[in-house]
Structure formats: structure tokens, C-alpha cells
Design a protein around this ligand. Structure first.
Ligand code: ES4
Ligand code: ZN
Length: 334
């Protein structure tokens, strides 16, 4: 049995496996510029965030109908459940779909079709987090927030993703203020490829409650001290960091040093179809390569529930934490 965990950094569009991409392409009459699933997998050789994003946006062409989004999310939830995920806070990128003529309602209702039955089908509770593309304009982000107004009962929070460098958090001050006024929770990617200053700005200007990635905080001891003091959760994605070359190899990943520093770290999968693994695979990799002991793995699992947006269901959070405390480790389990 896998260690119970929450997944807090997961782009639903990044769960599109080559097999499903071809299935949806056939269903929708879309031609992909790859001969077959093997040729597509071959293309998953990234040099950095931008080379990944180029393919990530290209493949979204196969997502057209509510059912496509439902099938995508249901496939993810089944995989996540099999790897011990008990709660998933799921990012989606509406601007990437609106730009292709796919309406906000199609995306949200489609995802909801899967999320609404996730507890019954997979035993996974869920939340939705709508991300703004930081390489698009602030005006576009504001228009996206407006387009989401009819669906806010289904959306827990907002996030910020896509190409980081050159697009500092301050660009989105206004839209984050508007989101906060609407009662939405706030997170943002910061310190993946961008500098530590972006992490500080995300906290001070955008008022984020969690930092996605946040890896580069380790370059600034005063920032680390602040993140520890304020108990700011970081949603780390170790296999993503290797594939996008934020670290040279997994053995070089700063996760052990970050835990030793007292940071509230969590382990997540980011874009599992592209980066070689789901949540449990990421846990297994850090267990094996970074030699994390059972206490550290249990701490990471506890952190995931502590950092999750379960304030509206503390009873559930307590149940999940009790599951983590009662967990007995086996040999190959994560
Ligand atoms: C992303 Cl790894 C990563 N970073 C930034 N934006 C993203 N969108 C999807 N995956
Ligand atoms: Zn991400």
C-alpha cells in the first residue's frame, strides 16, 4: 500500500499521456505531427522550461469537448489514486484553451464531470486552481478571471504559471487583488527558473499562501529563514526539476537540505506525463536517490495535507493526517 499523500502541484494538461493524446486526436479529427506514440514520446526531450512548454501547448490541440477534459481528469485521478494520492489540488490553464476557441464552461464543466465523481470512483478529494499564463498580459489575466465568474463555486484558487523569467509576479498585482476580493486562495510559481526575488514578490505583492517550486530560495539565506518562520509551504517537483534542468541530476536536488533547514516542503509531480512519473514515482525517486528515511517521507506526506486548502473540511484533513501517522512502511513503497 502506498503512503497516503496530497498532490498540490499538478497541471491537468500535463497529465496527457501519448496514448490518450492520439485517442482524442482521432475522436476530434485533429492531426498530430507525430507518427505514433513512440515518436511522440521521443519528442519529450526538453532542454528547459520553454522547450517543454512549446510541446505542452501544441498537444492541447486535442482537447476540444467537455468529455475530453473529463476523460483527461478521470485518467489522472485513477493513476493518482493508485499511487496513494488521497487529495488533489489541480491546476488548469484556461487561457491556453480560450485562445483555441474552447470556452471556459467547456473546460470547467468537463473537469468537474470527473472531479465530481472522484471521491466515489477513486477515493480522491479534489480542488481546482485556475492558473494565469504569466507570459500573457495582465489584461488577459483579468479578462480570464471575469470569464470564470459563473464558475467560481467550482474554483478554489488562482495560480500563476508558464514562462517565468522576465514575467515577475508584480505584473499580476491587480488580478491577484481582484481574486482575493472574490474569496479565492492564491498560489504562484516562483523560483523555478526565476530568481529568489520573485518568491519574495509573490509573497509580498500577490499575497500567495503557497509557493509552487520555490527551489531557488536556497540562494538567499534570509529568504529561507523567512519561509521557515512564516511556515510557507513549497510545492517541489523533483522529477520535473531534473527533466527541465533546474538541477543537474536528482542526486543534486536540494530537497534534503531544504528539509534540514526546516522548510515546509511537499513533493509533487507537476506534469507527470512529460516528466517521468506521478506523485508516488516522485516519492520513490527521492526515497531511493536522496536516501530519505521513513521519518522524512512521513513528514513530506504530513506536510502535503497541512499545506492543502482543506480549511473548509478540517475533519477530512485530520482523517488524512491520521492515515499518514498510522502508515507502516514496506520496502518498495512510496
Ligand atoms: C509548468 Cl513545470 C511548469 N512551470 C511553469 N509553468 C508550467 N505549466 C505547466 N507546467
Ligand atoms: Zn508547475
Amino acid at each position: 500500500m502506498p503512503l497516503p499523500k496530497a498532490e498540490l502541484h499538478l497541471h491537468i494538461e500535463g497529465t496527457l499521456e501519448p496514448e490518450l493524446a492520439f485517442e482524442l486526436a482521432a475522436r476530434n479529427g485533429v492531426t498530430l505531427p507525430y507518427a505514433d506514440t513512440d515518436a511522440l514520446r521521443e519528442a519529450y526531450r526538453f532542454e528547459d522550461l520553454q522547450s517543454f512548454l512549446d510541446l505542452y501547448y501544441e498537444l492541447m490541440a486535442v482537447l476540444r469537448t467537455e468529455q475530453d477534459f473529463a476523460d483527461l481528469a478521470d485518467a489522472y485521478l485513477a493513476r493518482a489514486a493508485a499511487q496513494g494520492v488521497r487529495h488533489a489540488e489541480i491546476f488548469f490553464d484556461p487561457q491556453a484553451h480560450l485562445a483555441r476557441g474552447v470556452a471556459m464552461g467547456t473546460v470547467v464543466e468537463g473537469l468537474w464531470r470527473a472531479l465530481g465523481s472522484s471521491e466515489a470512483r477513486h477515493g480522491v478529494s479534489t480542488r481546482l486552481i485556475m492558473c494565469f499564463l504569466r507570459d500573457e498580459s495582465a489584461e488577459s489575466a483579468l479578462a480570464t478571471l471575469q470569464a470564470a465568474r459563473p464558475y467560481l463555486d467550482r474554483i478554489t484558487g488562482v495560480g500563476l504559471d508558464s514562462a517565468e523569467v522576465g514575467h515577475p509576479p508584480v505584473k499580476f498585482r491587480e488580478v491577484y487583488e481582484a481574486a482575493a476580493a472574490l474569496g479565492l486562495r492564491r498560489v504562484a510559481h516562483a523560483g523555478e527558473e526565476g530568481p529568489p526575488e520573485y518568491i519574495t514578490e509573490a509573497l509580498d505583492v500577490l499575497g500567495v499562501e503557497r509557493v509552487d517550486h520555490g527551489l531557488r530560495c536556497m540562494e538567499d539565506p534570509a529568504l529561507v529563514e523567512r519561509l521557515v518562520r512564516e511556515r510557507v509551504p513549497l510545492t517541489l517537483c523533483p522529477l520535473s526539476n531534473v527533466r527541465l534542468r533546474a538541477v543537474d541530476t536528482l542526486a543534486d536536488h536540494p530537497l534534503p537540505a531544504m528539509l534540514d533547514a526546516g522548510l515546509l516542503c511537499t513533493v509533487n509531480s507537476d506534469d507527470p506525463a512529460y516528466f517521468g512519473g506521478y506523485a508516488g514515482d516522485n516519492f520513490a525517486a527521492v526515497r531511493e536517490t536522496l536516501h530519505l528515511g521513513e521519518d522524512r517521507l512521513r513528514e513530506l506526506a504530513r506536510n502535503s495535507f497541512l499545506a492543502s486548502f482543506l480549511e473548509d473540511d478540517e475533519e477530512r484533513r485530520a482523517r488524512y493526517l491520521a492515515e499518514v501517522d498510522a502508515y507502516e512502511f514496506g520496502d518498495a513503497v512510496s
